[in-house]
Ligand binder design. Structure first.
Ligand code: DAH
Length: 331
């Protein structure tokens, strides 16, 4: 083949190669060991023909290199187009989180008491039997002490069965006057159902000062329930018994759903039972070394889940830890 014809044919084959593999084939065909050009070079006898053929070989090699680069660039461009990142596109929305309903209510309770000058005491979930029972003048035979009611870690250590344990821990480490609330997780051997759980939240309120009476308790509780459930609420006390208070009471609040006329939530009585309270038993003060002649106090304890359930009309306590976001996201 005439060198010019060969060159034209080879150049158009190089141009026409559309992939790296095709280009390789072209190279083998026109520049490989068995190619016409290589054979012609081998057979060359005169210098001029040799130089011309070598120049042709160089031109073809250069053209192949150029074409290879073009193909690689095109390939890259295609890849970029496929996997391209458009930084101007709006991102996926990130759903906004919120505090768990029980955390919201705990904080609300804390705010109400901080507004009254109380401090928030961070108690302990693992306590001595002393803190949970003995110091609270609870008889050795009291049913709440039984291992079928309370989780024992060993003979002297329990998982806090009520936040009343924190009254003792606080008084042991402080001198009166003392105004505190202690919110925290409690543990009891209860089988879970709509209103019971082996773990739940309570908060304890303790005030110790000179001359504190049951009237201070009533006024504080009334203020608290009005702040939480609305300014029309009334509070009443019924006599009760707790080992660590004397006198002991349980208090009810007027139903905030029916306003006292009677509905399913207040069981048609107009009143909702809220919790236990009382004037701190002088024996408790003696146990922790306060002089009961000088100091007096009141205390009460309330369930935080109960408050949340009442306030939002939730029928089942288990909703709080099943963590179904469809439920929790409503609050
Ligand atoms: N600790 C009691 C309970 O878990 C509630 C309670 C009753 C707390 C009377 C008190 C109190 O501070 O004075 O059922």
């Amino acid at each position: 083949m005439e060198p010019q014809v060969l060159e034209r044919e080879a150049q158009s084959a190089i141009e026409g190669a559309s992939t790296a593999a095709e280009l390789d084939d072209v190279r083998v065909r026109y520049l490989g060991r068995k190619s016409e050009l290589k054979q012609a070079l081998r057979a060359v006898r005169d210098r001029e023909t040799g130089m011309a053929l070598n120049a042709l070989r160089e031109r073809l090699e250069k053209a192949i290199t150029t074409r290879r680069r073009e193909l690689e660039e095109a390939e890259l461009e295609q890849l970029f187009a496929q996997e391209g990142l458009d930084v101007t596109l709006p991102g996926d929305p990130i759903p906004r989180g919120r505090l768990h309903l029980l955390t919201q209510i705990r904080r609300e309770i804390e705010d109400i008491f901080v507004g009254l000058g109380y401090e928030v005491w961070d108690g302990d979930e693992v306590t001595a039997v002393w803190h949970s029972f003995d110091a609270l003048t609870t008889d050795p035979g009291h049913p709440s002490r039984s291992p079928s009611d309370t989780f024992y870690l060993d003979d002297d250590t329990v998982l806090r069965p009520h936040t009343s344990s924190d009254q003792i821990r606080a008084m042991e480490s402080r001198q009166p006057p003392l105004y505190l609330i202690a919110p925290g997780r409690c543990y009891r051997r209860d089988t879970p159902d709509a209103t019971h759980s082996p773990t739940f939240l309570q908060f304890e309120c303790l005030a110790v000062d000179r001359g504190i009476t049951l009237a201070d308790l009533q006024g504080t509780v009334l203020h608290f329930f009005r702040a939480l459930f609305g300014p029309e609420r009334e509070v009443r006390m019924r006599t009760s018994f707790f080992p660590f208070t004397e006198p002991s009471v349980e208090f009810d609040v007027t139903c905030f759903l029916c306003g006292g006329t009677g509905c399913a939530v207040c069981k048609h009585s107009g009143w909702i039972e809220m919790g236990g309270a009382g004037v701190v038993d002088p024996g408790v003060f003696e146990n922790i070394g306060y002089d009961p002649e000088e100091w007096s106090g009141f205390a009460f304890g309330l369930g935080i889940e109960r408050i949340a359930m009442l306030r939002h009309g939730l029928p089942d306590l288990r909703a709080f830890w099943e963590n179904d976001l469809r439920v929790l996201a409503q609050f």
